[in-house]
Structure formats: C-alpha cells, structure tokens
Design a protein. Structure first.
Length: 372
C-alpha cells in the first residue's frame, strides 16, 4: 500500500513538472527575452509584408484589374462591370434574402415629425425603417426619396436631431424630399460580433443590410406618392460607408452624399499615423472586409458609382483622415468624371468642421440632381 502511495506521489509530481514545462515556467528570463524578440521580429515581418502588398503595391495591382473605357458613359459602365461583380462577390457578399411576409406599418413620430415605422420580414430577419413625407403632401404629387443612413453610434431617430447630424433628415423634408431612414446595427461591439459570424458564413454585415434596404425599396417605391426614378442616399460616418458600399450594387440610387467617410483607404485601414486614426490601431474589427484592398480603394469604388452624381463632405478637424490625403484621393476619383466630361456630377465640400453632415451643400446637391 505504501509503495502504491509513493508511486502515486511520483506520478503527481511528474505531472506538475510536465505542466510547468508546457507553460514555460521553467524557461529562464534570458530565454523568454529571446523568444519575445524572435516572435516580435516575425510579427513585424508579417506586418511589413502585408502592408507592402496592401499599400505599396496597390497601384500596380489595381492597374491590372481595371480596364476602363471612357469613350462614352455606357461604354464606361460596361467596362467596369467585371469589377462591380467582384465588388459584390469578393467584398460585400450580399446573401440571398427575400420578402417572407407582409410589411407592417405603424404610425411613428420622431421629433414632431409624423411618419410610419415599417417592418418587413426578409427571410429569418426583418428590415426596419422610418418613412416620412413632407408636411401637407398632396395625394397627386410624387416626391423624390432620400435614403438617410445613420452611423454606428446612432439610430433612425438621430438624423432628426442636432449634434453632428444637424437635423439633416428634417431639412430634407423641408426641401420637399420624402425620407426613408433604415435601422442598421448600432455599436462597435455588436457589429464586431456579428461581422465575425458573417465572415464564417462568407457574407458581410453591410451585404445583409443592403439586401434589407433593397427589399424595403421594392415596396416603398410602389407608393404612389414617391417617384421611383428620383432616389438618393445620404449617409454619415458608417452611413457614409453604406452609401459608398451600396451605390455600386443598387442602380435605383441615382445620387449620393457621403459625409465623414471618404478616405485614402489604404492608409486609413493599414497605416497608423499621428495625423489621423487608422482602423488598424482600434478595436473596430467590423470595419475589415475580405478583399477590400485588392482593387477597391475609395477612388476605385467611386468609379463603380460614376456616372451618377456624388458629393463628398469632409471636415478638416475630422480625425478619421488627414484632410490633404482626402483631397488627393478625391482628385484621383474625379478623373473618372473628368474623362467623361461630367465633372459637375462629382463634387467635394471640404469644410472647416469635424465629423458631421453639412446641410447646405448636401440639400443643394440633392435638390440639383433629384428635383424636377
């Protein structure tokens, strides 16, 4: 019995020693320093390799991926169709979700604006939005519609309030536009979690939210009070992302305003800099999409929106970007419109403010391109 007990103690001791070794507890400080330095060096090699591919080699790679024909707008759109297909299948990856029930409409009021809260079953989820028409809308008049998309820290109510949004949904209503304000998923933490699951399913959250809005448009644009040929989209921050992501894949959106999103995308995603906040040094994992920087930096995505009118709004005090880099990216994007002799359709409002929507230029732009 004593021998058995002694044998058990020996086995237990060996087990502890084995576990300690596995956990590295018997490694000397000098060995630990060597291992840390070796691993850090390898991590640096990997980061440098990927940054070179994503940033330094981008122009060379993209030049072999785009074959734009500027001989006419029709020829141009045909020439970028293969890229549009890759934008859909490689980056946005919208799932197949179709209407699975009847739309529910309920009266809803936001900041004294009366409208409808609409919910449409789309497969196993719902598409939700606030729909409002200008006050005193005549039954025999058709209004242009603007999709008003809130950002990551906001809700459909936010564009009717102050702060960075400056009540721009209200201002659109005053100018004679109907507004459709979709509810997208709010908060960094929620979007991080869902985007991880989306990657496992080989889709993306912006792709899901695009399909939700497309299904809503299928019904909303049959409303006799809305002109289906005059649809625009204006998004702020992550809503600006939605505008740039969706317009290449939704031709019913005839004009767009992108506030506080357009960027020198390679730097924004992969190059830390004291002059702006790179996504690489944040916890916003949701903002990284497979294949994005293979051939789709922002000036290239604009070519998938061209020849439709697009306004870029950016504030010099906005830390999402170093504003001279935004101007450089804008000038490259503008060449697509310049070569087609339609530069009036692509404009920039580089203002002195921060991360916000600018009412005057945004409403004027929508009025110019969507009002009869």
């Amino acid at each position: 019995m004593k021998n058995l007990t002694k044998f058990t103690v020996i086995l237990f001791t060996l087990s502890l020693l084995t576990r300690a070794f596995a956990l590295g507890q018997n490694i000397s400080l000098s060995d630990q320093k060597l291992e840390t330095e070796r691993t850090d060096a390898y991590a640096a090699q990997l980061e440098n390799y990927l940054k070179q591919y994503l940033v330094d080699l981008y122009d060379e790679r993209a030049s072999n991926a785009w074959y734009r024909d500027y001989s006419s707008t029709d020829a141009f759109e045909r020439s970028v169709e293969p890229n549009r297909e890759r934008w859909s299948s490689v980056v946005i990856k919208p799932p197949m979700l179709t209407k699975s029930g009847q739309m529910i409409r309920k009266p809803y009021t936001i900041e004294r604006i009366k409208g409808e809260w609409i919910e449409l079953p789309v497969g196993p989820i719902t598409a939700q939005a606030f729909l409002a028409l200008p006050a005193g809308a005549a039954s025999d008049k058709k209004f242009p519609l603007v999709i008003v998309q809130h950002g990551i820290g906001s809700t459909p109510e936010t564009p009717f309030r102050g702060g960075a949004y400056h009540e721009y949904a209200k201002e659109l209503l005053k100018a004679g536009f109907a507004v459709l304000v979709p509810m997208n998923l709010m908060s960094v933490e929620r979007r991080n979690r869902i985007e991880r699951l989306c990657r496992l399913a080989d889709i993306s959250l912006p792709g899901i939210e695009l399909v939700r809005v497309q299904n809503l448009l299928d019904i909303v644009l049959t409303d006799t009070r809305i002109d289906p040929q005059r649809v625009g989209m204006w998004g702020v921050s992550l809503g600006g992302m939605a505008t740039m992501f969706w317009m290449p894949l939704e031709p019913r959106i005839r004009a767009g305003v992108v506030s506080a999103w357009f960027n020198q995308r390679r730097n924004k995603m992969a190059v830390p800099d004291d002059r702006y906040t790179s996504f690489l040094v944040t916890t916003e994992d949701h903002a990284f999409f497979t294949g994005w920087l293979t051939e789709f930096t922002d000036h290239d995505v604009v070519s998938l929106i061209c020849p439709r009118p697009l306004l870029i709004q950016h504030g010099k005090q906005d830390r999402i970007a170093h504003w001279p880099q935004v101007i450089e990216e804008y000038e490259i994007a503008k060449t697509h419109y310049s070569k087609l002799n339609i530069t009036e359709r692509f404009q920039m409002d580089m203002h002195e403010g921060g991360h916000e929507a600018i009412i005057e230029s945004g409403v004027n732009f929508m009025t110019k391109w969507l009002m009869p």
